[in-house]
Design a protein around this ligand. Structure first.
Ligand code: RM4
Ligand code: MN
Ligand code: MN
Length: 398
């Protein structure tokens, strides 16, 4: 059934407001623990990563910002920012969330802010505070914090002491924020640590954020949960507490698989968006949430995959926006559970692709972004320009 004119209007409104941030690390050659399969067209520098992200935005119109990783993207720190801001502007995008890296250097073997050695905690803190400077210089609002900290064996470290060190460190970071800056605290149940992780779930992240203050919010990475966890319930609770800062979107079958969003379970993504749209309808205003992608692929072509991800996010958000909220609220009031569920199913199974095409055409975007990108010749040119450098890359695990 075609959409009614009221639904079309609601769809256009949803599409006008929805934007999702792309990760710079999604465009460079990355791999698994076991090896890398090199793509000859992959980005070989920060500028190229930004240019590739710009392509995704150019064809989809919904990815105006690019998240960056401090060590991987700004080897010279703040000195790199002006040039890269310009590159971003030339590519039609802006710099987004800044991700400090306190997990890669040798000193972090036993943790960063949770390390028993005060010198290492100091090193980690000073890197994060430098990242706040980078955040300021890049004009980005969000500092996105993920910690690999944890232990592999019972008894290795004091879990309570580490919690205190984290609280202390994160409070200092919070105190350095100014203007509209925020810090988002990500959680993850396991990996790389396999016995305990210092910030293992949303409750731990929530407690730390509460200790820090109003600029600290929880970041939900959809891949960072145990198998049967009800993620949309976490989202609903964080919304109701005004503690939901943002998302890292990806899909998974087993653990933190970082598969294409919606490739395994699109209904899961829909249910998350539904909680947000329902909340928005009730409050009359959208919550301030940073939607970000956290994926990096080495089998699918990176730019094509990211176009697929962006369109899937848009599509599932749009379906959630089309839920008949009035009807749903009435059904819930009467405990009319079958019809309440049907409100969700009705929206989820609506084919929104025609209205997405209409919206794109109204914005001067191609009706089929993936086909248009393929026809543009960008990949062939990238292969020629970057091929030699990429083929020289090391791909072994050990
Ligand atoms: C983690 C997490 C973080 C990302 C690192 C590299 O699993 O998802 O967001 O920055 O990987
Ligand atoms: Mn993540
Ligand atoms: Mn992850």
């Amino acid at each position: 059934m075609p959409l009614t004119s009221a639904q079309t209007e609601a769809a256009f409104q949803a599409l006008n407001t929805f934007a999702i941030e792309l990760p710079s690390w999604g465009f460079a050659n990355t791999g698994t623990r076991f090896g890398k399969f090199i793509q000859t067209s992959a980005a070989t520098s920060t500028s190229e990563k930004i240019a590739d992200a710009g392509q995704v935005h150019k064809f989809t119109g919904c990815c105006p910002t690019v998240a960056t990783h401090v060590l991987w993207d700004f080897p010279n720190g703040v000195a790199d920012i002006a040039g890269l801001r310009q590159v971003a502007a030339d590519c039609g995008v802006r710099l987004g969330a800044i991700n400090p890296n306190v997990f890669q250097d040798q000193c972090y073997k036993h943790g960063s802010l949770g390390n028993p050695d005060p010198e290492v905690r100091k090193t980690a803190l000073s890197h994060i505070l430098d990242s706040v400077e980078i955040q300021r210089a890049s004009g980005s609002r969000d500092l996105s914090l993920w910690f690999a900290d944890g232990t592999n064996f019972p008894g290795s470290s004091s879990i309570r002491a580490r919690k205190e060190w984290f609280t202390e460190g994160l409070k200092t970071v919070h105190a350095a924020l100014t203007g509209d800056q925020r810090m988002l605290v990500e959680y993850k149940p396991f990996e790389p640590a396999f016995y305990h992780t210092d910030i293992a779930d949303w409750g731990m992240s929530y407690v730390l954020c509460k200790h820090c203050g109003p600029r600290a919010k929880v970041l939900v990475d959809t891949g960072h949960h145990y198998q049967a966890q009800n993620i949309e319930q976490i989202v609903a609770w964080l919304l109701s507490e005004d503690m939901l800062g943002g998302f890292h979107f990806n899909d998974r079958r087993y653990a933190d698989d970082d598969l294409t969003l919606g490739s395994i379970d699109p209904y899961q993504v829909f249910r998350i968006f539904h909680e947000i749209c329902y909340f928005t309808w009730e409050r009359g205003a959208a919550p301030d949430i940073a939607y970000m992608v956290d994926q990096s692929h080495n089998l699918k072509n990176k730019i094509e995959e990211t176009i697929q991800t962006a369109l899937t996010a848009q599509e599932l958000y749009l379906k959630a926006a089309l839920v008949d909220h009035e009807k749903l609220a009435a059904c819930q009031k009467k405990a009319d559970i079958l019809d309440a569920e049907e409100c969700l199913r009705e929206a989820f199974f609506t084919d929104v692709r025609p209205v997405m095409r209409e919206w794109r055409e109204s914005k001067g975007l191609p009706a089929n972004p993936l086909a248009a990108f393929r026809e543009s010749g960008y990949l062939a040119k990238a292969e020629t320009e970057r091929g030699a450098k990429n083929m020289g890359a090391v791909s072994s695990y050990a």
